[in-house]
Design a protein around this ligand. Structure first.
Ligand code: ACO
Length: 429
């Protein structure tokens, strides 16, 4: 494997069998044992529920150091990207591996506008859903529906025009998200405009109405760019792994991303941003603001309740995205002159978490979902759209991961094994 440094071998011995397994490191010195020959040589497999210790690929896209709280896309620190870039620059970076220059940025921005309209027949799909439909369900259905209108994407081996397909997907999913919202509140949809850039366009599609000429607020636009950048990729997380698993069977990019949207919807993953707000609201209404009681419930192993927006599989220190999101939340609320009692409550919960040995000893800190929902709320985005916002931000990451999977020379169909524990053979009579 040309991209890694071989360190030596690890010996695995069991009874009379022994195998030397190659050990290697990636560019950030994370060591791995290559077990690809394990079953063939020993007949044994590994047992690793939740893939806690399992590396499924070599990847050039995103680096996370969960102990130090570092996140980098293509080598650039998340703090720098969030401070200095627009979302579309980061989308370009993830997909192409380099930041765009001015000319590439303008061209990409123009292409995003060119492909922003969906086929008009797709607009009628939105009418068939009930008003209370969760927009994540609608978004996932729209993602896979795009493959029926733009079937050329079915050919996964089609190399040419990948930019065109990526641009189309990024742009149309944003349009679909805004349409889903308009449908849910019974308002007429607003078409995208070529006069507006990516984030402004989305805000206009969300908030313009026939009776209110929405003026895009630069504070909100800047915040949206930042939030989408924070969401843009997170290496082999649950939804990215789903996107790649579906893609590994040869399914097209739209079908793969539709599945990823469903995975992201789960409350243990991106769905947590909606559940954080609902949890904070319940603390006020049901627990009468009693944070101590809520913390005790979260620690009680007989109670299924967990603090939403707290804890992470990889980060065992403060999630660097949560740091940016927390500061941004304060700034945006101050700049917009909004005060929200849920923000004070969130800080109270965070302080209780940071002071409690249960959370500290387990490395449980606020994650990205803890503060992002509060910012979306200040921007006027309704709670059930929070995970949709996450999905819009994550699309470039999913695309980059899918493309890398497709081009991986070691890539194979994703197919874990199991250790069967059911009945042994039995007869029917
Ligand atoms: N509240 C209370 N206890 C928790 C929490 C929490 N939010 N998160 C983890 N723990 C405890 C577990 O009970 C476990 O305790 P134990 O060692 O005594 O058994 C320990 O911390 C380790 O937790 P696991 O569930 O084993 O950790 P895992 O890596 O499997 O799960 C997860 C990570 C799903 C994020 C978990 O921390 C969680 O449920 N958090 C709340 C949901 C959430 O915010 N999800 C968003 C994550 S960010 C993202 O996906 C975009």
């Amino acid at each position: 494997m040309s991209k890694v440094n071989e360190l030596g071998t690890a010996k695995l011995t069991y009874e009379d069998k022994s195998i030397d397994l190659p050990v290697f490191v990636g560019s950030e010195q994370e060591a791995a044992v290559d077990i690809r020959a394990l079953r063939k040589e020993t007949g044994m497999i590994t047992y690793d529920p939740g893939f806690v210790n399992t590396g499924c690929c070599l990847s050039d896209i995103t680096f996370i150091d969960g102990e130090k709280g570092i996140l980098r896309y293509r080598g650039y620190d998340i703090n720098d990207l969030a401070e200095k870039c627009e979302f579309i620059d980061v989308a370009y970076l993830l997909v192409h591996g380099v930041l765009p220059n001015k000319e590439q940025h303008d061209e990409f921005s123009q292409h995003l506008n060119t492909h922003s309209l969906m086929h008009e027949d797709m607009r009628h799909f939105f009418d068939a859903y009930p008003d209370h439909a969760h927009p994540m369900a609608t978004l996932s259905a729209m993602a896979v529906s795009l493959s029926t209108f733009y079937p050329e994407l079915d050919d996964v081996s089609l190399q040419e025009n990948i930019d065109f397909k990526v641009t189309r997907l990024l742009s149309k999913m944003r349009t679909a998200a805004a349409f889903a919202y308009k449908k849910s509140i019974g308002h007429p949809i607003v078409y995208p405009s070529h006069d507006l850039k990516y984030c402004e366009n989305f805000l206009n599609m969300m908030f313009h109405t026939p009776v209110n000429n929405y003026q895009v607020d630069p504070v909100v636009t800047k915040a949206l760019n930042k939030l989408l950048i924070l969401h843009a990729d997170h290496e082999q997380n649950c939804s990215a792994s789903v996107v790649k698993m579906v893609g590994s069977a040869g399914a097209n990019l739209y079908a793969s991303i539709s599945a990823g949207i469903c995975a992201l919807w789960g409350p243990l993953h991106g769905g947590a941003n909606q559940h954080v707000i609902e949890m904070l609201e319940r603390i006020i209404v049901e627990d009468k603001g009693d944070v101590k009681r809520v913390i005790e419930r979260a620690k009680d192993k007989n109670d299924p309740f967990r603090l939403m927006g707290v804890g992470h599989r990889v980060y065992k220190s403060y999630d660097p995205r949560a740091k940016v999101a927390k500061q941004m939340c304060k700034d945006v609320l101050a700049q917009m002159g909004v005060s929200d009692p849920l923000v004070d409550l969130a800080q109270e919960v965070e302080e209780a978490v940071l002071a409690d040995d249960y959370f500290v000893s387990r490395g449980l800190y606020p994650n990205i979902d803890f503060y992002t929902g509060l910012t979306y709320r200040a921007m006027g985005i309704p709670t059930n759209m929070f995970t949709v916002m996450f999905a819009i931000g994550r699309i470039p990451g999913w695309i980059a991961q899918w493309l890398e999977m497709r081009d991986d020379p070691h890539g194979r169909i994703g197919r874990p094994r199991q250790i069967y524990t059911g009945p042994t053979q039995r007869s029917m009579s």
